[in-house]
Design a protein around this ligand. Structure first.
Ligand code: COD
Ligand code: ZN
Ligand code: ZN
Length: 382
């Protein structure tokens, strides 16, 4: 029996003690702890994480902008290897390389059944921080530690449900393909699947982080001829242009609202706008920036909880379409295999999105790079 196989079998069915980055409470720093990861129950799998990206949504949990149950292990953009499986698991086996899916596809709920739905009911249930049986598989210092959006990947081992895992090619590079677990799919899908960007069109993208840059890649792949990046951090412009932006604008360099600036730049013909910042002001600005009659504006960012937007209904009355999407609008299990095979066939590359690769124990450094606006994606490796 190969050593690797024997190693896996020696842990199957047993509690694994390993390192994880625990958030004990809101606004507290990550604490690398020894945690216990219970074996997977029925229809669950335990995954050894190989690489995991740092996304702004993880930071939103730390800051309190995204509600989660504490203590929690966040992280949701990863690649791993199945270590063991629970009873009844049939679609994956130990040794398979996988991407955990923050958006599961149960195949049974109203969103999964409808051809245009993708927000599976299991995503909404995951807000409680537990798996389907109402319990958690993580323990630290004798206390339960909660799960985060069906993934929890800032740990050497995690447990997720079978519905929440996608098998990928054994030779896929972990520190790149993990981006298909969030940033790339969210942004690329917002352009291709949700907005359905058309050839020759003009697009404007608000927010040039990992998600915004992936939107640019989607607009480019759809054949848009003008792609305008909007960000208050001009240091993001070089990267945005490298992935396909034709020009970039910094709202801080203008006194007029950016919707006016874009109108002047384009002669009033921005067809598609995307909000990938997560602030109410930019949600409204993006809406106002698309063409009054045929423009489509897509909300990707998640504004802070309990915020209400005020907007002029005339913006919609004239004909604009206002949409939102999670995970780009993709049905995760149905649609991601094509993204994975396109990546493996080199139809797009993820290199430009990964600006930093750090060992897992440097997680705080990774978040510092995000806070300072220096990184697009930092990927942590184990
Ligand atoms: N105008 C323009 N750009 C701005 C402004 C502003 N007023 N304020 C900040 N920005 C720029 C920042 O400089 C930065 O470059 C960019 O906006 C945001 O980038 P990141 O790297 O912080 O964030 P991303 O790309 O990792 O994520 C952005 C989201 C908006 C997607 C994220 O914050 C979010 O809301 N996630 C929840 C929604 C969701 O579905 N996410 C997918 C699963 S995580
Ligand atoms: Zn479902
Ligand atoms: Zn994310």
């Amino acid at each position: 029996m190969p050593n690797q196989e024997r190693g896996r079998m020696s842990t199957a069915g047993k509690i694994i003690k390993c390192k994880a980055a625990v958030l004990w409470d809101v606004k507290q720093p990550f604490s690398i702890e020894d945690v216990e990861v219970a074996p997977p129950k029925a229809y669950e799998v335990r995954i050894k994480i190989l690489a995991t990206g740092i996304c702004r949504s993880d930071d939103h949990v730390m800051s309190g902008n995204l509600i989660a149950k504490f203590p929690v292990i966040v992280g949701h953009e990863a690649t791993g290897i199945i270590e063991s499986v629970g009873e009844g698991v049939s679609k994956v086996k130990p040794g398979d390389k996988v991407i955990p899916l923050c958006l599961p596809q149960c195949g049974k709920c109203s969103s999964c059944i409808h051809p245009n739905g993708n927000l599976c009911v299991k995503f909404l249930l995951s807000r409680k921080g537990v798996l389907s049986d109402g319990t958690t598989r993580f323990t630290c210092k004798g206390k339960p530690v909660y799960h985060f959006i069906n993934t929890s990947t800032f740990t050497e081992y995690t447990v997720v449900e079978e519905d929440s895992v996608l098998k990928i090619d054994a030779d896929a590079p972990p520190e790149k393909i993990c981006l298909i677990g969030c940033a790339f799919s969210t942004g690329y899908g917002a352009a291709i699947k949700t907005a359905k960007v058309t050839p020759g069109s003009t697009c404007a993208i608000f927010g040039l982080g990992g998600v915004g840059l992936s939107i640019i890649m989607g607009c480019k792949a759809a054949g848009a001829s003008r792609i305008i990046g909007v960000d208050i951090n001009s240091r993001k412009f070089e990267k945005a242009k490298a992935v396909g932006a034709t020009e970039c604008v910094n709202p801080k360099h203008h006194t007029k609202p950016i919707s006016e600036v874009l109108k002047e730049m384009t002669g009033d013909s921005v067809e598609f706008t995307f909000e990938a910042v997560g602030q109410d002001e930019t949600v409204i600005e993006a809406l106002a920036s698309c063409h009054m009659s045929y423009g489509i504006s897509v909300v990707i960012g998640c504004p802070p909880p309990s915020k209400m937007l005020t907007y002029d209904p005339m913006l919609l009355f004239t004909g604009r379409t206002w949409k939102g999407c999670t995970f780009g609008g993709w049905k995760s299990k149905d649609d991601l295999p094509k993204l994975v095979s396109d990546f493996m066939a080199k139809k797009f590359d993820l290199d430009k999105l990964v600006t930093h690769v750090l060992p897992f124990n440097k997680i705080k450094e990774g978040f510092d790079l995000l806070h300072k606006g220096e990184s697009i994606r930092t990927v942590l490796t184990f």
